[in-house]
Design a protein around this ligand. Structure first.
Ligand code: SF4
Length: 858
């Protein structure tokens, strides 16, 4: 064997050995071998490339292509793919290292362990090879291979029949975020759907931030969810407090938020006296950097915030330090604020708006338990709810009052609760009460601002005549009773008040997404709805791998991976302050009989007789060049120097610049804290929009539970799980987290990552001892919705009474066949957290309460 080849084989074996060594639970336990099971049961026989095949045995020149990792982690890291003889031999994640000069922006955009495993992912055993058609019952794993022409014709005919019969609102474009392409995105297919079917029912919101997206504009109408202060501003801060904010496990790219935060902490030095992480888990974002870990019960952060607010108000600190700022900038702190606003509305003859104001419903009175409120929201009230002691709550409030430049950030994990909107709004009150928003180093509580350089898309367009959208979480309910959805009952958008959707969902197109099953809620309940083919009559899935969602399809169309595809990728939505773009060049030819999204869109358009509308006489390459020219016009000369043509740009590969600088962002924030002359405010403690919805909307299923109500001011509300009966039967709360080994469910099928990052249920030693668990066993977690089996990890990095599990593992019912799912209701051996979750849309966002779970352990 040649020395070079020997070294590569040795390196691969060494890596495999070391990752196995990392995980003491992964092998040879009598209680099970979960890692082996994942691979075996999802494998499609006789497909995939053996991972030990490292290419040709004779020396051949290496080639390198720039591509990017396009999953939904918030970054799109560039990676260089090295090939020999048309096969990927390795991923080079260091070529774009930069000088690590934070001030100039010449910093590494280094892929994390997920991006570095792209070779394994591309050659995974469960790659989809040819179009597949379901031949047995839906979800039962029986398929036949068909030609592309047959697939296009049958899908187009069935979808058109349904659209003609029920209207194009019956055709649903499901949320999917597994591939952040610029050009070859799912929008190619949705464009064809607009042309061929007249349109489709769309969705709003996301499974990540639905409640956040409803809470942020209610409080800061001129800002979105990620309009917070850049993390680099931490260098000016003396106090950091993050609620469910965990970039060190979620935003791991070399230039991403974890890098920004680490560098800012280094620069702040001893001035940053407090680094406080509030989380039921001791996360990697703490882990040696923090000064304090505050273990809080899931879903109770709002109670902690209200008790801190009580201390700030009751001590007279707010009156002395921030009251004037609050009065000038915010609506609804106290009765006077609301009385003034109400009088102004009446004077302006806006009686309907004035009627939305209940002056007794103000934040001060609510927190202090005065006026119409009888309960003080003090530390003694909050401690049993949130699990933080009275003394620690008071100390946290005092530290915040003492801070000169407090940086508070509300992470996304806070919002994925049944009370998510309330949680976010209650926590935004902490920076508001300090009255320091707009100063250097101070945040407004929103997630940090990022670069946001966009990629280049397919610039063709058509109108969507459905003119309606539902929350991305509501589609199973819309299969059952969507025809009755209205804005007031179910948050239906883009229609007139009182208008009904008028049809149930009859067809689903699901592209690059696993929310058709795995990443939605209540897997067992969802399967029951989907397996009834008289309800939703057509399900089309486009993906690269046989995911749990793909197994629910009638037709599966195999997509090319992004290592087989040219594209123009931006830096995505949470990539930190360094902006970058990658001009991607396919490293290998399309594998098997896979086609890219543009070609799949073309095939469908042809079948609907819309080829000319779709192509406008241009080839894919010509459209791609046009997309590049759009990017060139947008960015060239504005901090980036871009080549004249796409081909030249592909040779350059990556361009980068610091795209968010602290000063403009802070100036913008400061401007936003100046009340406008028209009587609007930059900050709404009392939301007029929520007051209106409280008056006109009907709670889901006419529920009277507190978590299903809408209130004009932020209030702690207990989740629907927090009843005596449920607590007795299901004593453990669950906190889901984003593991380094996956991005949501993406990369689950890479066995190496399963070895490196253990998918285990984190249980506190106190609870493990009480239940007689040892650290080598599998345990079963059971909720009212279902049960999963998972390896235990006994650790004091999770608080007692709470179990931590990584979200995104692929569902696998007991006894599942290679391409099926196993019986509904059986124990999920794959450990998908959504086997435990419930379908219960939140009151405003109609979002997913993914983190509201109670279980029992056995
Ligand atoms: S998963 Fe995210 S951080 Fe990791 S390589 Fe991919 S884009 Fe980068």
């Amino acid at each position: 064997m040649e020395r070079r080849r020997f070294l590569k084989v040795s390196a691969a074996m060494g890596c495999a050995a070391s990752v196995v060594g990392c995980n003491s639970n992964s092998k040879s336990k009598t209680t099970g071998e979960p890692w082996a099971k994942i691979g075996e049961s999802t494998e499609i026989k006789n497909v995939g490339e053996p991972l030990t095949d490292l290419g040709p045995s004779t020396e051949v020149a290496e080639e390198g292509s720039w591509t990017a990792c396009l999953v939904n982690c918030g970054s799109n890291c560039p990676v260089k793919v090295i090939t020999q003889n048309g096969k990927i031999t390795r991923i080079d994640a260091h070529t774009n290292d930069g000088k690590d000069d934070y001030d100039t922006g010449d910093v590494p955009i280094r892929a994390c362990l997920r991006g570095r495993s792209l070779r394994q992912r591309t050659y995974a055993a469960d790659r989809l090879k040819k179009p597949l058609k379901r031949v047995g019952d839906r979800g039962h794993g029986q398929w036949e291979e068909i030609s592309w022409d047959q697939a296009f014709n049958e899908i187009a005919t069935k979808a058109k029949t349904l659209s003609d019969k029920y209207g194009c609102r019956s055709i649903y474009n499901n949320y999917g975020s597994g591939a952040y392409y610029g050009f070859h995105s799912k929008s190619c297919i949705t464009l064809a759907m607009k042309m061929g079917l007249g349109g489709y029912l769309g969705s709003y919101g996301s499974y990540s931030w639905a409640q956040y997206g409803a809470a942020a504009p209610a409080t800061f109408p001129r800002n979105g969810s990620t309009s917070g202060t850049p993390l680099s501003q931490l260098k000016h801060s003396d106090f950091f407090m993050g609620f469910g904010f965990n970039p060190f496990e979620m935003r791991m790219s070399g230039s991403g938020q974890q890098y920004d935060m680490l560098k800012a902490i280094e620069k702040a030095g001893k001035n940053l006296k407090h680094i406080i992480n509030v989380d039921p888990r001791y996360t990697e974002t703490g882990l040696g950097k923090e000064t304090q870990w505050v273990a809080v019960k899931p879903g109770s952060d709002a109670a902690l915030a209200e008790a801190m607010a009580y201390e700030m108000i009751n001590s007279g600190w707010v009156d002395r330090n921030s009251k004037a700022w609050i009065d000038a900038n915010c609506l609804g702190y106290d009765k006077t604020s609301l009385e003034n606003k109400k009088a102004a509305l009446i004077a302006a003859k806006k009686q309907d708006e004035a009627d939305l104001i209940d002056v007794g419903e103000n934040y001060h009175d609510y927190v202090m338990g005065v006026g119409k409120f009888t309960e003080k929201h003090d530390a003694a009230w909050a401690a049993p709810i949130c699990g933080v002691s009275v003394s620690e709550i008071k100390q946290l409030a005092q530290d915040l009052m003492d801070a000169q430049a407090p940086y508070i950030v509300v992470g996304g994990g806070i919002n994925r609760h049944s009370c998510g909107e309330q949680q976010c709004r209650a926590l935004f009150m902490l920076p508001i009460l300090t009255g320091k928003i707009g100063n250097p180093g101070v945040s407004n509580g929103l997630m940090p601002a990022n670069s946001g350089l966009g990629g280049g898309g397919f610039a063709n367009s058509a109108s969507n005549n459905a003119h309606a959208s539902i929350s991305c979480f509501q589609w199973p309910e819309a299969i059952e009773r969507g025809k009755d959805f209205t804005p007031e009952t179910d948050g239906l958008r883009s229609v007139k008040p009182g208008e009904k959707l008028g049809t149930n969902i009859k067809a689903i197109f699901n592209m690059n997404g696993n929310t058709l099953l795995n990443q939605h809620a209540d897997v067992n309940g969802t399967r029951k709805i989907l397996e009834d083919t008289t309800k939703c009559e057509l399900i089309v899935v486009v993906d690269c791998w046989m995911t749990a969602s793909a197994k629910m399809a009638d037709y599966i169309l195999p997509d090319t991976s992004w290592l087989e595809t040219d594209d123009i990728a931006g830096d995505s939505y949470a990539s930190g302050e360094l902006g970058y773009m990658t001009f991607m060049k396919a490293a290998i030819e399309p594998m098997y009989d896979c086609r890219n999204m543009w070609d799949i869109g073309l095939g469908l358009a042809k079948a609907w007789g819309k080829e000319q509308d779709y192509t406008k006489g241009k080839t894919r390459q010509e459209w791609l060049e046009q997309a590049y020219q759009g990017v060139h016009d947008r960015y060239n000369g504005k901090g980036l120097t871009l080549p004249a043509t796409y081909a030249e740009a592909q040779k350059v590969g990556v361009v980068k610049k610091i795209a968010v600088t602290s000063a403009p962002k802070m100036a913008e924030l400061a401007n936003n804290t100046t009340p406008k002359a028209d009587g609007t405010f930059p900050i709404y403690i009392y939301s007029m929009d929520y007051a209106n919805k409280a008056k006109t909307w009907t709670p889901w299923k006419n529920s009277t539970a507190a978590c299903d109500q809408i209130t004009a001011i932020p209030k702690y509300t207990p989740a629907y799980t927090e009843t005596k009966t449920e607590i007795n039967e299901y004593p453990f709360q669950v906190v889901e987290y984003h593991t380094k080994g996956r991005t949501h469910s993406s990369y689950h099928n890479v066995a190496w990552l399963r070895e490196v990052v253990q998918d285990a249920a984190w249980v506190n030693p106190v609870d493990a001892q009480a239940l007689g668990f040892n650290d080598t066993q599998m345990i079963t977690m059971t909720s009212p919705q279902g049960a999963i089996e998972v390896m235990i990890k006994i650790t004091d990095r999770v608080m007692p009474g709470v179990v931590g599990i990584a979200q995104g593992a692929w569902y696998l019912g007991t006894g599942a066949t290679d391409n099926g799912l196993g019986p509904i209701g059986s124990v999920d051996k794959g450990g998908c957290s959504n086997t435990l979750t419930k379908y219960h849309p939140t009151p405003v966002a109609k979002g997913n309460p993914q983190h509201t779970i109670r279980v029992k352990l056995s």
